[in-house]
Design a protein around this ligand. Structure first.
Ligand code: GN1
Ligand code: MG
Length: 359
């Protein structure tokens, strides 16, 4: 353990030698709750930065990922200059040779600006706050609405493609490499029983317009400043051409349950309808007439889809032996899967009410 920590510090020192800042008195703490990359906050007497070690196994197109983020940030800055984007744009800091990331040994690293006084939240506490969250993510998408989608690389193919995710689950079930199937057979069966819903998703997805979407709009990918006001959208790793219902759905997934993503007291889970109402009303309002009628209709499909698709991905990873999402306890991915599938069921049950709240 100590060796690991020491080698991490050596790696970080090597990384920091490539930037034109004085890091001789740097304090390093871990930052955030991401499941894939390792993120650190660096504090020197003069500056604060975010340093990230990018998981190269999951993001093999690491350089393209950083290049996408750079293009998107530049576009957002331009929109901001023209008063079309009110949020901040925390930039990637370039190395002293002008690169967006750097490879040290096996790992890729990048340095980013830290917004003074900013923090993340794991839970939305009021409809007023939910309104601000929905508006912020909608502003992000609106500001990218004229961004040429072909200009960015597809970082993970079929990321929110439900058919692909079901085929991954099927393969994990067939292989059952860790012999974990017996304990989650009922959950697996439940997922495969959702065929009607899956077909509906496939059908509507073909008819919806493509946007450059964020694809990971969970609540902790928004930065807040004093008074819990959103100030920036972060984690652009999965920004790719996609559907707005995915971005809206992930907001619902992470704001509308009373429980955290991995909470095991699923029998106590309920949906916060007032939060849902604030999210959908404000998301739709922020787009104005830019949303098509089918896109509006699709938002509720997204609200069901995201808990379901993320639930199936957690379940797949549990069966595969936890190779994808970082875990910190036994059955962590299974707990996450159970909770997300429960959330999906609650959203399905509440659908008639949700439709009324959307109007
Ligand atoms: C992963 O690493 P993080 O927390 O930003 C995942 C998302 C999931 C999320 C679940 C590239 O995001 O798709 O929704 O965990 N990112 C990737 O919390 O797979
Ligand atoms: Mg992410």
């Amino acid at each position: 353990m100590e060796n690991k920590a020491a080698s991490l510090h050596t790696d970080i020192d090597t990384v920091l030698n490539n930037y034109d800042f004085d890091f001789s008195k740097v304090e390093i703490t871990t930052l955030g709750n991401g499941h894939i990359n390792n993120t650190y906050k660096l504090t020197t007497p003069d500056f604060q930065f975010v340093l990230q070690q990018i998981n190269h196994e999951i993001f093999p197109k690491t350089e393209e990922l950083c290049c996408n983020a750079q293009k998107i940030n530049l576009h957002l800055l331009e929109q901001q200059k023209n008063d079309n984007y009110p949020l901040s744009v925390p930039g990637q800091v370039l190395t002293n040779t002008g690169a967006t990331c750097i490879k040290i040994g096996e790992h890729y690293w990048r340095l980013m600006e830290f917004i003074n006084g900013s923090y993340t939240l794991e839970e939305v506490e009021s409809p007023e706050q939910a309104a601000l969250v929905a508006t912020a993510f909608a502003q992000f998408s609106c500001a990218l609405s004229d961004f040429p989608a072909n200009d960015i690389a597809v970082i993970i193919e079929d990321f929110h493609d439900i058919s692909f995710r079901m085929s991954q689950l099927k393969e994990a079930v067939e292989n059952n490499v860790e012999d974990r199937l017996a304990d989650c057979q009922a959950l697996v069966n439940f997922c495969f029983d959702q065929q009607n819903f899956i077909e509906h998703v496939v059908d509507i997805s073909k008819k919806l317009p493509l946007h450059v979407t964020h694809n990971d709009t969970k609540i902790n990918n928004l930065l807040f400043t004093h008074g819990d006001k959103p100030c920036a959208v972060i984690d652009l790793d999965t920004c790719m051409p996609g559907l707005l219902m995915h971005d809206f759905g992930d907001m619902v997934r992470t704001c509308c349950s009373n429980l955290a993503e991995d909470d095991t007291s699923t029998d106590k889970m309920y949906l916060k309808l007032d939060i849902f109402e604030a999210l959908i009303q404000n998301y739709q309002n922020a787009f104005g007439d830019k949303l098509t009628a089918l896109e509006k209709e699709s938002l509720i499909v997204g609200a069901k889809l995201l808990p379901f698709i993320i639930g199936t991905r957690f379940l797949t990873d549990h069966l595969n032996g936890d190779n994808y999402f970082q875990v910190s306890r036994e059955n962590h991915n299974l707990d996450r899967a159970i909770s997300q599938v429960q959330l999906y069921s609650l959203v399905c049950e509440a659908e008639p009410e949700l439709i009324k709240l959307a109007l």
